[in-house]
Design a protein around this ligand. Structure first.
Ligand code: SF4
Length: 365
């Protein structure tokens, strides 16, 4: 289990050593003909910020070689905003008092129909974490209801054990998304104050359970802004190295959501600049060439268009983070999105950038 490995990796020491990397070290690394995960610390170092332009060009070339000029588009589908956890950065946190919504059968089908008509074939199903009301049975039933409308269904829900993940696979889920939020145990404790999510290792080990259950794809990530982003990037890279070695049949992806301010009670203590995001994407692309990299609608349309060529393989579109939001139901969102363009506008923009946008790249038999 990765929770046993992580404490032995001395991420703090590795982070501190990033400050010793020099411009000469970075230049020497960039002269190589191919990169490996061993180059990641050099490319994520503060000194490498002076090399973002060549890193971006190399990242673009490598992405085109590996994936072509193709971006897969998907949409998140929230089916509940009930959550028993207290996460200080989240609009679904249990301490936020408003009526919660759990979509019933007809509401789930209504949402699925709306998204199908809009042209989406790949959805990520999301919930808060409330095992008694929005647990494995509810989620599996919801997937069964929406399965006829989509070719690919992913889940981003509570951590589960292997048996429950197997159940998800049986009802037609092909991919799992599970972000650790932050790999720094002290920072994790600071932002996750109550509920099952307080348990750092449980969340980390659920990824192992998902890989053992045999998901076709697993997406990991950190919520950038909770701690020093370079610390989380290093830990995330080690998590991927571990998973690729141990569960080599699974395809892995990453996402890099930047925290959004959900109100005056949350102070973003480790702001992440646009150039940090560029470095994050390009370093991962160069050192982990087969990794899927997902870009969310948390970022603005302008920035998204600039980030696409650096190594992105998947993007969300038309996202609404309220359960029932696509069919006009009224419920609190998890966070506000920033890119409000329609699917058509995004597809046209991608075409203008020289990319094909695909709605379906996988059929779950
Ligand atoms: S981040 Fe997830 S677990 Fe935490 S409050 Fe929000 S929905 Fe619940």
């Amino acid at each position: 289990m990765f929770s046993e490995i992580l404490p032995t990796l001395d991420i703090e020491g590795r982070r501190n050593r990033l400050d010793e990397v020099t411009a000469d070290n970075v230049a020497a690394t960039l002269r190589k003909s191919r990169f490996t995960p061993a180059d990641f610390p050099t490319l994520i170092s503060p000194a490498a910020q002076a090399f973002l332009e060549p890193m971006a060009q190399l990242g673009h070339q490598l992405t085109v070689q590996r994936f072509g000029r193709v971006i897969q588009l998907f949409i998140p589908l929230y089916i509940s905003n009930l959550c028993y956890n207290k996460c200080t950065y989240c609009g679904f946190s249990v301490d936020k008092k408003y009526p919660r919504r759990i979509l019933n059968d007809s509401e789930i089908i209504s949402e699925a129909k709306v998204l199908q008509v809009r042209g989406f074939q790949h959805v990520i199903v999301l919930t808060g974490e409330a095992e008694d009301k929005v647990g494995t049975e509810y989620i599996a039933h919801a997937i069964t209801l929406m399965k006829p409308y989509f070719s690919s269904i992913s889940i981003e829900v509570q951590p589960m054990n292997e048996a429950d993940y197997l159940k998800m696979r049986e009802v037609g889920v092909d991919s799992l998304t599970l972000f650790q939020e932050t790999y720094h145990p002290d920072a994790y404790a600071k932002y996750h104050l109550a509920g099952k999510k307080k348990h750092f290792s449980n969340r980390l080990d659920a990824v192992d359970a998902g890989a053992k259950a045999g998901f076709y794809r697993i997406a990991l990530g950190a919520l950038l802004g909770l701690t020093d982003w370079r610390y989380d990037a290093l830990a995330l890279s080690q998590h991927i190295i571990y998973l690729q070695k141990k569960y080599w049949r699974t395809q892995y992806g990453i996402s890099f959501p930047r925290i959004k301010d959900m109100g005056s009670d949350f102070d973003i203590q480790h702001p992440v600049a646009d150039r940090d995001i560029v470095q994050f994407i390009t370093a991962f692309r160069l050192c982990f060439p087969d990794l899927g990299i997902t870009l969310s609608t948390r970022e603005s349309a302008t920035l998204r268009d600039q980030l696409v060529p650096l190594g992105i393989t998947q993007m969300s579109a038309e996202s609404n983070t309220s359960p029932g939001g696509y069919s006009g139901m009224d419920a609190e969102p998890q966070f506000e999105t920033s890119d409000h363009r329609s699917l058509q506008e995004i597809r046209e923009t991608l075409a203008g950038l020289g990319y094909d946008s695909v709605m379906k790249d996988w059929v779950n038999a």
